[in-house]
Design a protein around this ligand. Sequence first.
Ligand code: THU
Ligand code: ZN
Length: 314
Amino acid sequence: MGEEQVSPRPEAAAAAVELTGFVMSAEEAKRAAAAAGVATVQDLLPLLVPSAMKRAIAPISRFPVGAVGLGASGRVYVGVNLEFRGLPLCHSVHAEQFLVANAAAAGESALSAVAVSHMPCGHCRQFLQEIRGASGIQILVTSDAEEGCAPEWRTVASLLLRPFGPHDLLPEDVPLVLEKHGNPLGDPVPAVANGFAAGDLEARLREAAEAAARAAHAPYSECPSGFAVADGDGRIYAGGCLESAAYNPTLGPVQAAIIAMVAAGGGPAGDVVAAALVEKERAAVAQEATARIFLDAVSPHASLHVYNYRPSDA
Ligand code: THU
Ligand code: ZN
């Protein structure tokens, strides 16, 4: 009989696990957790963070951030930070925002836990408030290990005391960010005829942007907007704005579409050849000017079509 004891594998020694994309199915996540020797999918999340960080696009800060979250469906969602050369810093996307937009686009209904490479900033703690039950989401910061403290799960509530949020502005029954939206847009404002029939790509972009606007989270401005981009191979990616009760952490529709592009393995944003924006006519919160600034800086040869909708009560 051997005298030596088999000591349990310490958590820190569990090896990093490579991601293959930005969404992992529930079955894939369970298999990966078992293969990594961890008890639950939540325990797998920190092991995926180094792989997520490699997917960040941070040419300005050179500070990659990776976030990996577990949805109520059992699926795992990845988020990374995105920075855009030639634009003000407010066009940047935080890894946590990417993660929430990625989960929203997949129809996820709730997030239970997020492992992130660095301490979420105040703006991200605020952005997470758009999820119903945000205070109970568990957060683990993997860089804590480098600072000599063992990473541990703690609630969003412990990171943001006495939060301002949707409850301050909206009735309880208004859908929050991961809940089903069906925004009324009204009727399309007829465009001035230019003598050319809309091409197939143009029509597909418009359809994608309109669907994104209908699914956008815009309860504060009631100005839902959707953006769709096409790459040189004719692949289309779309996203809608995700507003924050505190306004400034809001994710714009252009960023949401670029998130969809990166999450689907496309990009970079410079590959965009054509785009479409759907928003309300004379919207109190209008996206067109910002969308033009973004495209001029990032993919100046891309065409942009703007489709305005007139609210039926206007
Ligand atoms: N960043 C995040 O992605 N999440 C945070 O909460 C902290 C900051 C990103 C934004 C920017 O791309 C870079 O890290 C430096 O701030
Ligand atoms: Zn942040």
